[in-house]
Design a protein around this ligand. Sequence first.
Ligand code: G6P
Length: 607
Amino acid sequence: MCGIFGYIGKKYDSAKIVFNGLKTLEYRGYDSWGIAAVAKKTSSSNQATIIIKKKAGKIGDANVSDLPRSTISLGHTRWATHGGVTDINAHPHLDCTGTLAIIHNGIIENYDEIKRELVDFGHRFISETDTEVAIHLIEETLKKLQKRYSATKTHDELLTEAVRKSFNRFIGSNAIIVVSAKSEVFLAAKNGSPLVVGKGDGENFLASDAHALLPYTRTVHFMEDETLVKVAKDSISLYALSSTRAKIPHFTHLSWKETVTRKGNYPHFMLKEIVEQKDIIGRIAIENNPKIATVSQAIIKSYGTYIVGCGTAAYAGLAATYIFSKIAKRHINFAVGSEFSYLLDFLSPKSLVIALSQSGETIDVLDAVKKAKEKGAKLIAMVNVMGSTLYRMADEVLLLGAGTETAVVSTKAFTAKLAYLILLASKIAGYEDEGRNALKKAALVLRRIFEPDSTRNIRRLVDTIYRKEHLYVIGRGISYPLALETALKIKEASYIHAEGFAAGELKHGVIALIEKGTPCIAYLANDETYGANLAGAMEMKARGGYIIGVSYKPHEVFDYYIPVDDVGIATSIPAVTIGQLLGYYLAVKRGLDPDKPRNLAKSVTVK
Ligand code: G6P
């Protein structure tokens, strides 16, 4: 995981530029941050030095004015994997001499074996990270190369070779940027983890995500796996990692809008993004998106359609199985991203894989779809972030257009996926207009849910249950994925242990957990599942459960009632926003920051 950003050029406030880049990349991890600036030679020292500032915790409004004026800086925002969340484990990391610095996104799976060798060579490690091992290996390799070739090769040439040789030893998905105090270049290499080179005028950039480059340049090269790049202020040289062969970078002009996301009058992004859903669903209902026809045709033609996603996107995938069964009378297969790789041996060139992802960077999804593509399957991405890795890998893209999602807890991307899935299934069934009408009605219901009376009702409930340690959510049919998603929102944002279940499974174990006063949310939709779901609510009530009914009509079994008007299968959209609002208000009531829950990151780019 983690975000990396580098600047090399003519501006002396490079640390500030990197700082701003890191703020854009913070969604990739906010356990710690750090910046290294290469300070020029001075009258007292004839060698440049690397000055580092790094700290555990969110970058926030940190002050970097104490870093030296410098035209070369790189920085990192971390989601901890190897080593705790401490200042020392924060990147950048230095070698023994303090003249080489590295930032890294990924996991070096064989770091311990390399570390043992380096310890034998006398290297000292001060952090617990795999990253520090990488910079010491580069140092060691450089030392050996210098002994043999220093008379015939320049420092830059030897450093390039040291980075290439070292990186080739790493097992896992990784991207690194290395800088040396002795030269004015970045060496960056990538395999698996994303890296983008930005080309400016007398200045160049490197970043994990092209969006972070938009304030500075729109000319970018998305690095392919197994490549290495040498970036100076006025040159960019690309190489294959497998040889010293030069490659030609393919620069693309990005026409994307630079989106500056602000909270406006909302106290948190999560609440803002929840409320935005009314407009997003309203827009999807009426827009004339040609991709609906293309994607529905691909589904019809395929010999098996497989949906894959992680976290919230996974629950949208599970919902798809119900949506396609009910509306299009079609079987859609579904698997979570991290498992799909082990389930795709039967894929063929006639198979269709639809990957759902807000960020388009989730490694478990990317790894799975890479394997599916190797089997010849066609890949369609339903993704929110334009230009993301998934976006670029896919044969066809259906952009969610939900706007930037900043809160870690995903909300509007989920309902945008449901809306498009409903449209696709309706199109296949030949009832596209009905699908659109249902979405228009869902948008109206959403408006009502966000009115003060309705949110007050949810906050009153929160006042009653916010001290509880456990909470259960049940649903059947399409309400089952909603129960899972509601439990996910509540645990992510408020840290209350919440579990979602298929209501029918209650009596097979979960019911043992219900005690007097345990909050139990029951989604009771106006469909064939109503009676059986109600029976589940009654069974929980009989064991002392405090029943919260989310339904189109009240019922005496409910201890608390939250109304959601019925709009057929599209009721799933307003219904899940109740779960989102509960997660949000529970977090706020418990004094937590719902935008940045502990231990989570918006984009999970490591396994
Ligand atoms: C992380 C986020 C979740 C998100 C999941 C999948 O776990 O915290 O909110 O649902 O990744 O992300 P994606 O970008 O692929 O939808």
